[in-house]
Ligand binder design. Sequence first.
Ligand code: AGP
Length: 368
Amino acid sequence: LLVDKANYRHFMAKEIHEQPEVVGQTLARYVDMAAKRIALPFELPFDFNDIKRISITACGTASYAGHVAKYWFERLARMPVEIDVASELRYREAPLRKGDLAIVISQSGETADTLAALRYAKAQGLHTVSVVNVPTSTIARESETVLPTLAGPEIGVASTKTFTCQLMVMAALAVAAGKGRGELSDLDELKLVGELIEVPRLIAAAFAIEPQIEKLARDIAKSRAVLYLGRGTSFPLALEGALKLKEVSYIHAEGYAAGELKHGPIALIDESMPVVVIAPYDRVFEKTVSNMQEVAARGGNIILMTDATGASEATVDSLVTIVLPDMAATFTPMVYAIPVQLLAYYTAVVMGADVDQPRNLAKSVTVE
Ligand code: AGP
């Protein structure tokens, strides 16, 4: 495989920076850019109206892409979705309904648990769609329909560009489902696809915060633990932020639904605990701000990732604000992934960690 780091120190940095391009390539495969309509690369062998429930299964970062997609399918297509990590789905004998839809998400297409979950769903008579980055992989071969991510080879062990490409595919699929079920009108589709078309440009614009994140990483590198909070689609992104930081910097991190804070993790808050709050100015913004105030009242140091409106509305002390481009609320995770990934990357660099090959980790987990 002939892939080099170009002018970057690490593959992870290169892959983070490739996102405007590869998310754009993926987008172009799933929408008709001129007509602003969803145009999936393959016709699906089922009708979304016949699907009662979607089961999404994956591991690690891919599972967080699935978790974001659950919110999209519920909102845009009014479809019930279950999201599971593959290692749980495969053994708990989940009752799946014949004729329903199982979606598995995997960069490598070789993850043992995800493959087993796919086989389980197939054996129960479900339609299977895989969202994979390696089109020749086992998962691609064994699934009924393959929806490729066009991220190109990902060398860094930590998934970055494949995550945002998975989100793009799932977003397109959720809009297609909403349209197919009559939950979205032609006009809704036009509006949502218009928003998707904006995403690569917004991702590129998000890199304006890079110098700020690089500086911030020096403080994060001194921390023993970091908490990530988010609501709605920012909740799975909080989980992804925590995973990314753990993987590459070895700093303990936890992602939490912001509303769960007072049910336990608030006990951890003191001056030494950075709390990363992911809160674009969306329908749950005010709720997240009140959780943030609870953190501030206990001396916690907050790093708020938001947009210009959010930054002016959020009035709390001890706040570092990372201001991202203004955008429509639905697809923010693809843009907010950038600061989350960069924070993990730069923290690992400050700590001198082996960014592309973190200890104990393999790029693809092909054994149980
Ligand atoms: C992500 O940074 C991880 N290295 C890991 O969680 C990964 O996403 C997971 O192992 C799934 O891999 P896959 O996408 O190849 O199936």
